[in-house]
Write a protein that binds this ligand. Structure first.
Ligand SMILES: *[C@@H]1O[C@H](CO)[C@@H](O)[C@H](O)[C@H]1NC(C)=O
Ligand SMILES: *[C@@H]1O[C@H](CO)[C@@H](O)[C@H](O)[C@H]1NC(C)=O
Ligand SMILES: *[C@@H]1O[C@H](CO)[C@@H](O)[C@H](O)[C@H]1NC(C)=O
Ligand SMILES: *[C@@H]1O[C@H](CO)[C@@H](O)[C@H](O)[C@H]1NC(C)=O
Ligand SMILES: *[C@@H]1O[C@H](CO)[C@@H](O)[C@H](O)[C@H]1NC(C)=O
Ligand SMILES: *[C@@H]1O[C@H](CO)[C@@H](O)[C@H](O)[C@H]1NC(C)=O
Length: 888
């Protein structure tokens, strides 16, 4: 029995001893490691069991699970077979003086921590991270490693939470795999003080990283930081001392961001409010960038900011003070190019025109920006519609860049613009319809097409073909437009043939154009002084709908041959007259007329010419916005004053009106030594203001007389009764055609009779013929004078002079007629004698007379065949009616 117990005990002891005697499987590895390390005096690894060595831990199988020998003053090197310690979870050797290689730890699937910072390691095994699927924390900072790149073996460390490798000679780029896809748990990424370069990987967008330290790279990161806008977990960011460029992105989603340091970069653009309004911010460093716009102020309550301007390009030093509007606009323009560094370096201060430094690309005249020349600056991005806010712009040159997108419609608002050069970019889409004087250069293979298309993908050798193709497209388009115009005109002709009686109401029987522009309105008590508004000449259709109460019937001022004229009131309170063109006019022949009217009227500014404030061309709509003339047409005042409850005009008033009209027409005739011919002068085209001063309206028929030529042959337009004989018969147009019409108007002012009066006997129908007959006979002449004019001796003298002038003006032979300057001279001298104190002289020019170049292209054939323009009525009818009016 005793023996049995003893044997059992023995065996038990034996087996215990046996277990005891079993060495750790990691013994050999640990012995080798011990032999390659040099321990300080007070530290030793002794005995046969490594599980008992200091700083080590084992599991129940005597497998080493932890090596934690940091900060022990250990030197020496690590052995290369540490990857056999297959139960290792923590490997900490930081703060020693270890040298040599950080060996591969591949395959240690339990390993959670590698901490080797602050040693003297000189290299690292590239496959150190292979298969470390449990790895969470890596600290390699402050080691004099020979240059290395973030190894692709890190990809397998998908549990990574904290990766820290600052000041350890990392070079190359941050690999694309370092995003949220591969590392869904990564919270900290610290890679400061290395030699990393390149751009932030786009994969960062979905990274859950909270701390991102990339500051101080000797090679410098560059490119945009826009990916930060999607890194919504960020709490601390340092990008200091790199070469990041472009603007700060929209930061509104970075609601946990507390520290943001981007000192010493090349960041440009305006500091966005999405950043300054972040409540979470506590430390912000922006110094020494190229930031623009106002010096920022931050919303967060307790915040330390370092925004000392340094190299920044804030417009003003005081935080929160807004920039000059010109500066704001320029910044919006370059925002569309991604705020290129070049502008941020050059555009310093708050005055693009007068500062110490020239602003690159900007030329001014008198404090206004007149030229923007960004040609060949390597710009990318799009053309900002905000160009339209610089109303003084004359030239925009964006040629030889890489701009994409479309030419913004808003640019047509630039009324002073003469040149828009967008050649050699990658633009596409429809070219807006500009005023006739704007040159839009081409060299964009896809301009006119819907999108970038296939053009940009082709090689250079293909471009010639594409340009030819697009020219062909334009030609085809013009042919189509021409066809449409032709058909529309033809249709109109047919309509007139089918309904020949349509215009034969008494009043208008002999008119070719029915163009009582501003009929009615004369009795209105619109006594407010006309407001002067300086604004873009382009109005939106909505604005004009609002102004006219959606083109309400009650606002109709008159109906003309090309559309209806409405009274309207703009939001600013300014009263306007809106001429709404018939859509058929816009799509057909009238577009040319319309263009002509815009091109001339917006440039021609004279106090005796009705001012064209602007226009609207949207879809089928074409509208002209004129100054409102509260007293309506001259025809109301001389022919219809009784019906409209007006006072008849006294003689002196008529004389002043005649002189006003003469001056307006003289101005047209003498513009820049060239002749502009109105061709449809008549009392319904003469409008009166509240001061009863007259202005000439409706330049739709103006044609530019070519230099050197005394006349241009053109189809007839005008109104019977006022048509000079040679014009009606041959269609030849000279300034003397207007003189003739003016003579007829003088006759109307004298007699109160209309140019044509079908109620009279046949020989009296035509005023000019009748007047000449009456005037020859001194006895009969007083009977011809308007009964409402009070005649005394002095008046009669004046009337006789004007009657003589009227006869001269309406002489049958053009060469017998005086020119308008003579007419002005005669009328002015009459008025001087009559009422020397009446203000009839003075400065007639609101602005200097425009140069010819502004009106170039009035006859542009771009929108259709010239021969199809300006024929409101077929010539056959002209002949017929002319004969009946002037037949003797
Ligand atoms: C960078 O690491 C080196 C050792 O490689 C160390 O001597 C130095 O102090 C570290 N620099 C900083 C700023 O920590
Ligand atoms: C970044 O720098 C490299 C060379 O260091 C250069 O090739 C690359 O174009 C730069 N990228 C940007 C966006 O500036
Ligand atoms: C940010 O995310 C949005 C979608 O959420 C994406 O359209 C955009 O391209 C991303 N920006 C960057 C820089 O990754
Ligand atoms: C950043 O700005 C804060 C607040 O002014 C300042 O204390 C800190 O030193 C700055 N950091 C750097 C790196 O300039
Ligand atoms: C436009 O971009 C292409 C490549 O993106 C480049 O080769 C070309 O030089 C650029 N053109 C200009 C005018 O900057
Ligand atoms: C725009 O710049 C280009 C390139 O220098 C030049 O050829 C072109 O004439 C300029 N356009 C205008 C309208 O000045």
């Amino acid at each position: 029995m005793k023996i049995t117990i003893a044997r059992v005990l023995f065996c038990l002891l034996c087996s215990i001893a046996l277990v005891y005697a079993q060495p750790s499987p990691d013994l050999a590895t640990m012995n080798a490691l011990r032999d390659s390390l040099k321990f300080p005096k007070d530290f030793s690894w002794t005995g046969p069991d490594p599980c008992k060595w200091s700083g080590l831990q084992c599991d129940t199988s005597n497998r080493i699970t932890r090596i934690q020998i940091g900060n022990k003053g250990i030197s020496g090197t690590l052995t290369s077979d540490l990857n056999t310690l297959s139960s290792l979870t923590v490997f900490e050797v930081m703060g020693n003086a270890l040298t040599g290689e950080i060996p591969s730890l591949s395959g240690l699937t339990a390993l959670e921590t590698i901490n080797a910072h602050d040693n003297s390691f000189t290299s690292i095994s590239p496959d150190i991270f292979t298969g470390l699927t449990s790895l969470q924390n890596v600290f390699l900072d402050d080691n004099p490693l020979s240059p290395w790149e973030i190894p692709s073996s890190l990809k397998s460390a998908t549990s990574l939470v904290d990766f820290s490798a600052s000041n350890c000679s990392l070079s190359g780029k941050i690999p694309e795999f370092l995003g949220g896809q591969t590392f869904p748990s990564l919270k900290k990424l610290r890679l400061s003080s290395n030699s990393l370069s390149g751009e932030l990987p786009l994969s960062f967008a979905d990274s859950p990283v909270q701390t991102l330290l990339l500051n101080g790279q000797t090679q410098k990161f560059n490119g945009s930081i826009s990916v930060l806008q999607n890194m919504t977990s960020l709490t601390e960011v340092s990008l200091q001392g790199n070469a990041f460029s472009g603007p700060l992105p929209d930061m509104s989603r970075l609601v946990s961001l507390t520290k943001f340091n981007v000192r010493e970069n090349q960041l440009t653009g305006v500091v966005p409010s999405s950043f300054t309004e972040l409540q979470s911010l506590s430390v912000v460093n922006l110094t020494n960038n190229l930031l623009q716009g106002p010096t920022p102020t931050f919303k967060a309550i307790s915040i330390a900011t370092d925004i000392t301007p340094g190299l920044n390009s804030f417009c003003l030093d005081s935080p929160g003070v807004p920039c000059d509007p010109r500066v704001n606009t320029l910044l919006l323009i370059v925002e569309a190019f991604g705020y290129p560094v070049r502008f941020a370096q050059s555009w310093k201060g708050n005055d693009p025109c007068g500062g110490k430094n020239m602003w690159v690309g900007i030329t001014c005249a008198g404090g206004d920006i007149t030229v923007i020349n960004f040609k060949g600056m390597g710009l990318k991005g799009t053309i900002s519609p905000r160009f339209a806010d610089l109303a003084s712009l004359k030239v925009i040159n964006l040629s030889q860049n890489n701009l994409t997108g479309v030419i913004p419609q808003e640019l047509v608002k630039l009324s002073a613009l003469t040149t828009l050069d967008v050649s050699n970019n990658q633009l596409y889409g429809k070219v807006p319809v500009f005023g006739l004087n704007v040159v839009v250069s081409n060299g964009n293979p896809n301009l006119g097409k819907d999108g970038p298309g296939s053009g940009s993908s082709g090689s250079g050798s293909n471009n010639a073909g594409k340009i030819v193709g697009s020219v062909f497209g334009v030609v085809l388009g013009l042919l189509l437009i021409g066809l449409v115009v032709f058909l529309v005109v033809k249709k109109r002709k047919q309509n007139r043939k089918m309904y020949p009686q349509k215009h034969s109401s008494e009043e208008d029987a002999f008119k070719i154009t029915i163009d009582n522009l501003y009929g009615g309105g004369g009795s209105e008590n619109g006594s407010q002084a006309p407001l002067v508004e300086t604004r873009n000449p382009v109005y939106s259709i909505q604005e004009l709908r609002d102004a006219t109460d959606n083109f309400n019937e009650k606002n109709i001022l008159g109906r003309g041959g090309f559309g209806i004229v409405y009274k309207g009131e703009l939001q600013s309170g300014m009263t306007i007259a809106v001429k709404r063109m018939e859509s058929s006019v816009i799509s057909g022949k009238g577009l040319d007329e319309f263009k002509s009217e815009i091109g001339v009227l917006t440039k021609v500014v004279h106090r005796n010419l009705v001012r064209l404030h602007g226009y609207c061309l949207e879809g089928n709509e074409g509208l002209l916005v004129y100054e409102y003339m509260p007293q309506g047409t001259l025809s109301s005042h001389i022919f219809h004053w009784e019906e409209e409850g007006l006072q008849p005009l006294e003689w002196s008033r008529r004389l002043i009106i005649a002189l006003d009209v003469a001056k307006g027409v003289e101005y047209l005739h003498s513009l820049a030594n060239q002749s502009f011919i109105h061709r449809d002068l008549k009392p319904s085209n003469i409008l009166l203001g509240d001061d009863m001063r007259a202005k000439v309206a409706d330049f739709g028929l103006v044609r530019l007389a070519p230099e050197g030529a005394q006349s241009i042959e053109t189809k007839i337009a005008g109104t019977f009764g006022y048509l000079a004989p040679e014009y009606a018969v041959t269609g030849r147009v000279t300034t003397r055609v207007d003189v003739y019409s003016f003579g007829v108007i003088l006759m109307e002012l004298l007699t109160g009779r209309k140019a044509l009066d079908v109620k009279r006997s046949e020989e009296d129908v035509h005023l000019a013929t009748w007047f000449r007959r009456m005037f020859i006979n001194k006895d009969s002449f007083p009977k011809a004078i308007d009964k409402t004019i009070e005649i005394d001796e002095e008046t009669l003298r004046s009337i006789n002079k004007v009657a003589e002038l009227a006869s001269q003006c309406s002489a049958r032979e053009p060469h017998q007629r005086p020119d308008m300057s003579h007419v002005v001279h005669v009328l002015a001298s009459l008025l001087d004698q009559w009422k020397p104190d009446e203000d009839v002289s003075g400065n007639d020019y609101d602005t200097p007379p425009p140069l010819l170049e502004m009106i170039e292209g009035v006859n542009s054939s771009f929108f259709g065949d010239k021969s199809l323009t300006s024929i409101p009525s077929p010539p056959t009818q002209i002949d017929k009616t002319f004969r009946s009016g002037n037949g003797r």
